[in-house]
Design a protein around this ligand. Structure first.
Ligand SMILES: *Cc1c(COP(=O)(O)O)cnc(C)c1O
Length: 490
């Protein structure tokens, strides 16, 4: 049942249509109209600087919410809520809520480092600085300063991408899904692409390789079986219509047991034999071999390029730790043809992204610098000592709030990389679990999620827990204040 924006309907008609208790009926009849509340507001705060439409909308929302609460039979609701001061208070809260930005900063206490729902990667400080600098002033975005003529949009990142990856050429688009689509559309439209059955993956947000392929106008030729694909499977499927051999990183899952997979080197050799280009969609690309830092081995972009593969695509904001972008590197003639595809214009990268991407790429010139300055890499490789310290600090702050209803404890757990990378990787971590007398874990989770800024943790064994790996140092104080607030309010 929805009575939104129908307050002008006769309340008696509504009451006749549904069965409501007499107490609810009487409350509904007393619910004031929008004009009445508007009048109250104007008398009480004649100087409040609130846009009229927003005020009216806030009053409507407040009254709608009250109506819903009454109909839901909320036991605690009585006529007191219709008191002028109480109504104005509710409207005022709603006004503040409407004036807030919808896209807001949150505290990620989930331990998932590249959390797709929470914005994936945090930009390095130098990238943020460049973003502000370039976006608040004019720039040479498409202007060749040496020759004084129109220049290329990607020129600022092309050279450095080639330098880091070892590729002949590079370009960037809006995101990796776009990079894959554009590459397929350029190289294989109206022709066939051979892919192993084990690599027909679905990435989050319903990006499915077969669907992207269909949209690009290429037809998919599946080879092998779900768990095993061999080189002769690819070779047997090659015919005149074959335009591309594609390998896709199975980012978000891993197959164990009786499996076989063709190495990219072997596929590249096969492509060379038949003069067919080979493409690798790396998904989350990484420039640093994180196995040196105790993580599982993941083939780097440089190693992928070194196989001689024609095109490689990867994301800017997964393990790379930069802004959202789709990076394409590879052989010069192939990348040039992708650049010329008219669809490129629809997927084009914007200048804010370019500024942040260039700054992030600069950090990769010095690995030690990249590991400390790029938040994604730093959080993935935090030492157990640093994590334990952070957890102890948070526990101490919470237990030190001086309220014996609350108890904070340290719990051993494991964090996840996220973003469709290293799905099997368990990163040992410390969480802080919080129990509060007379508040369930669910209630704590909800209250934390609605604080400002929202704090996102999760519930394990009926306890609200926060993984400190993804909590930034200065956020410990914010979390403590949020708990102070719920202890005083509830
Ligand atoms: C994540 C991913 C994509 C999509 O990349 P976006 O940057 O999210 O557009 C494509 N392919 C693979 C293998 C991925 O893991």
């Amino acid at each position: 049942m929805c009575y939104e924006r129908k307050e002008n309907r006769n309340i008696d008609t509504i009451l006749r249509e549904i069965s409501v208790e007499p107490k609810q009926q009487s409350l509904l009849r007393k619910l004031p109209g929008v004009d009445h509340v508007l009048d109250l507001w104007d008398k009480a705060q004649p100087l409040a600087d609130v846009p009229r439409t927003l005020l009216v909308q806030s009053i409507r929302t407040t009254l709608d919410q009250l109506r819903t609460e009454i109909l839901a039979g909320d036991e605690l609701l009585d006529e007191a809520v219709f008191a002028d001061s109480q109504l104005l208070n509710l409207v005022s809260q709603q006004v503040s809520k409407s004036m807030e930005f919808s896209l807001k900063r949150v505290i990620n206490a989930t331990g998932v480092v590249v959390h797709t729902n929470l914005g994936r990667s945090l930009l390095p400080e130098s990238a943020v600085k460049r973003l502000v600098e370039v976006s608040s002033r004019y720039s040479n975005l498409e202007f060749d300063l040496e020759r004084g003529v129109r220049g290329s949009r990607y020129s600022c990142v092309e050279d450095i991408l080639c330098e880091i990856s070892g590729a002949e050429a590079a370009m960037v688009v809006n995101n990796n899904a776009g990079a894959v689509f554009l590459s397929l559309d350029t190289l294989a439209k109206g022709r066939e692409v051979i892919v192993s059955r084990g690599e027909l993956v679905e990435i989050g947000g319903s990006f499915r390789i077969p669907d992207v392929m269909a949209r690009s106008g290429a037809s998919l030729v599946e080879v092998g079986t779900t768990n095993r694909t061999h080189l002769p499977d690819y070779e047997g499927a090659i015919r005149d219509e074959t335009a591309l051999l594609l390998k896709v990183h199975t980012s978000n899952f891993s197959m164990l047991g009786f499996t076989a997979d063709v190495h990219l080197d072997d596929l590249v050799a096969l492509g060379a034999k038949y003069h067919i280009p080979v493409m690798k969609d790396l998904g989350s690309g990484n420039f640093v071999d994180l196995s040196k830092y105790g993580l599982m081995k993941e083939t780097t972009v440089q190693e992928t390029v070194a196989t001689g593969v024609d095109v490689v695509t990867f994301s800017g904001d997964k393990m790379l730790g930069g802004p959202q972008a789709g990076i394409i590197v590879g052989r010069k003639d192939v990348v040039e043809s992708i650049k010329k595809n008219p669809i490129n214009r629809a997927l084009r990268i914007d200048k804010l992204t370019l500024a942040a991407l260039e700054a992030t790429l600069h950090l990769y010139r010095d690995e030690a610098e990249a590991m400390s300055a790029i938040p994604t890499l730093r959080m993935l490789t935090l030492s157990p000592r640093v994590i334990a310290n952070k957890a102890r600090r948070l526990r101490k702050r919470l237990n030190g709030l001086g309220n014996n209803r609350l108890e904070a404890v340290i719990i051993d757990s494991s964090s996840k990389v996220g973003g469709g990378a290293l799905p099997l990787q368990e990163l040992p971590t410390k969480c802080v679990g919080v129990m509060i007398e007379r508040l369930s874990a669910n209630a704590i989770e909800r209250l934390m999620r609605s604080s400002a800024p929202p704090i996102i943790g999760h519930i394990e064994n009926d306890v609200f827990i926060m993984d400190v790996r993804t909590v930034q140092d200065e956020e410990i104080g914010i979390i403590a204040s949020a708990f102070t607030r719920i202890l005083t309010e509830g």
